[in-house]
Design a protein around this ligand. Structure first.
Ligand code: SF4
Length: 482
């Protein structure tokens, strides 16, 4: 039901690198957001150190997840809502479909939600003959294009306005234009009618509050507010980790989320939704359902090495600074979560062997952690995943990814611990490299098994004289005993 294409990472990455339009779009996005996000943290009265407090808040919530989720569920029910704990994607989809059937739903309007992407909800609803309209403009564009989000918060950033114009002309039957306001108006007109006709609204949840039983949604288009208040039924999906204990925690986290995501002080619309419409209220649905999704998160929670990734608030700041995402974009990751966060969370959700290229492809430069509003140590977890691939891990059912590589490193480690053999090998390699193809003083191709290093770059040859030889020579010249 859910399409997982993590195995195609390398091929898709090559395709993205060879696409000049995509490369321009990626450079533009990273350029715009990178500096703006860092500057936005400095506008906080508490300064960028607030990120460390946010980290603590998230980690405390993760440590007390069981109690917080029970409290949230009790408070949502007290407010008149329904709560369903879904073990996996199928149970979550089935529950949502059952609610839709009970209410004879024909049309659903949806706010952007990564969790529903993760479980393939749209396809399940379509298979149940229920029309789904994405109402975030970016999501609407990729829904028309039949694609997957390219970026966690900017799903259609890879599309040029010409491409969007052509898509709208083809799918909506409007005259071609590449004028963004005209295109936005066209989408708005169609979506307004959908909002009024829809029987059910579906949203994600940026953060739930245990103490009040509310969920929070954040948007800049106002579409989520319409999708959650106009239809008769509202179904909200949340990953089980997206919770904070107190309302005052939301103040910290939402200010950082908006800065990390779009470099804004606060998003245009922040809604606290706490159940169905009360008898003295004029707006809101008759029924409110909150689906709390596990889908592999409990397993992550149980492992102290990876628990920290549950603190992620999906702001996408790490994507905007990642040199790998900046070259290959979001589709290469083969799952809705892309960039550094995707390189950690996707292997943990779909299988470490299956998604091995994602964590092997990152550079470990550390830019993601510096940009992260909740200071998640992604590089540490990338290394932990690589260690599992190198050694295997029965708990996570990881098979050793490359036994040959392990053997090479064992030989290498033995070699560098024996000085004589090491120096002899260097001398042999210095002679041997003369037979390799060279250009402008650089080696163009290394032989197997090292050929991967020179697949897309030249490499410096070994120096004619090693550092140790030069060191000894210098000391001799100065009359110092080697
Ligand atoms: S890891 Fe940090 S920067 Fe990346 S999406 Fe999550 S919260 Fe944002």
């Amino acid at each position: 039901m859910v399409e997982i294409n993590t195995e195609n990472y390398v091929a898709e990455a090559h395709k993205a690198i060879a696409n000049p339009v995509l490369q321009r779009a990626l450079a533009d996005v990273q350029d715009r957001f990178h500096k703006a996000t860092a500057a936005a943290y400095h506008t906080l009265p508490e300064g960028p150190a607030l990120r460390f407090k946010a980290h603590q808040i998230r980690m405390q919530a993760i440590a007390n997840l069981d109690i917080l989720l029970e409290t949230l569920a009790a408070n949502v029910r007290y407010n008149g809502g329904h709560v369903f704990f879904a073990e996996d994607g199928k149970t979550a989809r089935d529950y949502c479909l059952a609610v839709a059937r009970r209410h004879r739903v024909k049309l659903v309007v949806k706010g952007k939600s990564m969790v529903t992407e993760e479980i393939g909800l749209n396809q399940a609803l379509a298979d149940g003959w229920i029309e789904v309209a994405e109402t975030d403009l970016g999501e609407y564009i990729i829904q028309l294009a039949g694609e997957r989000p390219f970026h966690i918060i900017g799903p259609a950033i890879h599309k040029t306005r010409n491409e969007v114009g052509q898509l709208f002309a083809e799918k909506l039957g409007i005259p071609f234009t590449h004028d963004p306001p005209t295109l936005a108006q066209a989408a708005r007109k169609i979506l307004r009618a959908k909002f009024l006709q829809a029987d059910m609204g579906i949203s994600g949840c940026n953060l739930a509050c245990a103490e009040t039983g509310h969920i929070t949604t954040v948007s800049n288009e106002g579409n989520i507010r319409l999708a959650t208040t106009l239809p008769r039924v509202h179904v909200a999906f949340m990953g089980m980790e997206r919770i904070a204990a107190r309302l005052e925690d939301h103040d910290v986290l939402l200010r950082l989320l908006c800065r990390g995501a779009t470099a804004q002080k606060l998003a245009t619309y922040i809604s606290y939704i706490g159940g169905p419409r009360a008898s003295d209220q004029t707006d809101g649905p008759d029924e409110f359902h909150l689906i709390i999704l596990d889908n592999g998160r409990r397993r992550i929670l149980a492992d102290p090495e990876f628990r920290e990734i549950l603190g992620c608030i999906r702001c996408a700041a790490c994507l905007n600074v990642c040199p790998v995402y900046g070259q290959i974009g979001g589709h290469a990751y083969g799952f809705p979560y892309s960039g550094p966060v995707g390189a950690v969370v996707t292997p943990l959700l779909v299988g470490i062997n299956r998604a091995q290229h994602l964590c092997l492809g990152e550079t470990l430069c550390g830019a993601c952690q510096e940009a992260c509003p909740v200071d998640i140590d992604i590089p540490r977890m990338l290394l932990a995943l690589r260690a599992k691939l190198a050694d295997g891990d029965p708990l996570w059912k990881v098979k050793r990814a490359n036994p040959m590589e392990k053997a090479i490193f064992q030989i290498w480690s033995g070699l560098i611990r024996n000085r004589r053999i090491y120096e002899l090998s260097l001398r042999l390699a210095a002679v041997g490299q003369k037979c390799l193809p060279q250009r402008n003083g650089m080696l163009r191709r290394l032989p197997p098994p090292l050929h991967g290093w020179t697949r897309s770059r030249d490499i410096k040859p070994l120096a004619a004289e090693t550092f140790i030889q030069r060191w000894k020579k210098k000391r001799r010249v100065r009359g110092i005993h080697p």
